[in-house]
Design a protein around this ligand. Sequence first.
Ligand code: SF4
Length: 307
Amino acid sequence: MRVMLDERSFENFVKTRLKGRRVLVQLPEGLKPKIDRIAKILEQSGYEVVISMEPCYGACDIRDEEAKRLGCDLVLHLGHKELVGKREVPMLVVYYPISIDVEIDVKKVAERIREEKIGLVTTVQHEHLLAVWAKQIEEVGKKAIICGPILGCDQRNALVHEKEVDCFLFVGSGRFHALGIRTKKPIYLYDVEKNELTNLDEDRRRWELIDFARKEAFRDAKRIGFLVSWKRWQVPAMEELFALKKETERRGKEVLILAFDEIKNEKLLGMKLDLLVNFACPRIKEDKFDVPIINKGDLEAILVKEG
Ligand code: SF4
């Protein structure tokens, strides 16, 4: 995989889109090899540059308040695309998605998929390759429908094409994005790091069983932790959260609202909880916790079912 930084476009972007004196740069791990060049270009344009060394997993994680404390007047968020429909933040936040090239032959992948109409999905880092991959699929006589990039918490680009496709093919890294597509159609994952094609049917069945068992844990749970993150776009609607707390307590449970920057099992040690309900990034449910964890949507379904 090759991180692509077109320096001329980036310089142009800095000149035309940024405005300020001191900038806090946020970037995901994979882009760190490019940070020297990025800082240089910003400095040459007259900016004072501060680089955030905290993990940055998604577009939801904007550090405008930290930037303010550091005397910055601008946040430059690299590697992700702005989330659609979010409210304004009290500071200029500019996103600059960076493309990552992967050399794969999707023709060979398509030959191993038995369905005819393939919905192509990826992440924003590989979005620029979708047209190339679609062409490769068509070369083996199949139809490619470009769905576009998806996020783990937003698969609308895939779902709007559900009726047109026989299956989805997600090309990218890890299973989280692909497994998030809520569809009955087959989902294939082509993992660009492992060069491996997998039909996710088995994983989906396994997750259904895990989810079922975790939801069952609600019945016996006495002490429940509602997990909240204060990362800017992961903050839940707090009124709704407290209404769910009340609803849950009406069933004889005790609920604690627990707020984090990053939700981790070790931070919960000693809390003596029987069940966790995640109100933050849906991916957190895949991490290892000592007690069962469900997502907010699972809790809502349980409460509706129980009446
Ligand atoms: S909430 Fe999770 S899936 Fe959504 S943008 Fe943030 S890190 Fe990505």
